[in-house]
Ligand binder design. Structure first.
Ligand SMILES: [Zn+2]
Length: 101
């Protein structure tokens, strides 16, 4: 589950020494062909070297199918429809990586 590193690269000076200072979720209002909703986790990145800040995508995930049938008592395929909780874990992992550097 290793994320692409280039998302954390400073577009100005090319440094990888950047941190995520803020994140929020963008939920697509329309489902895609497979009926899935795309949730995009956006973030504000800050370069520790040149202090440049920019916005970018931290991670993306698709939730689909199962969400709407929850009320019917059907068991969802949780492997495929990742709960939003995992976003938090992802961010936590990114932040931890920053701390280690
Ligand atoms: Zn920079």
């Amino acid at each position: 589950m290793k994320k692409k590193e280039d998302v954390k690269k400073c577009p100005k000076c090319g440094s990888l020494n950047v941190e995520v200072t803020r994140t929020w979720n963008l939920v697509s209002p329309l489902p895609d062909k497979a009926g899935r909703i795309t949730i995009t986790v956006m973030g504000v990145f800050k370069c520790k070297d040149c202090n440049y800040t920019w916005k970018g995508v931290v991670s993306k995930l698709k939730v689909g199918g199962g969400v709407e049938v929850e009320g019917k008592g059907e068991v969802l395929k949780e492997e495929e429809t990742r709960p939003p909780k995992e976003i938090v874990l992802d961010l936590d992992e990114i932040l931890r990586e920053e701390d280690e550097e």
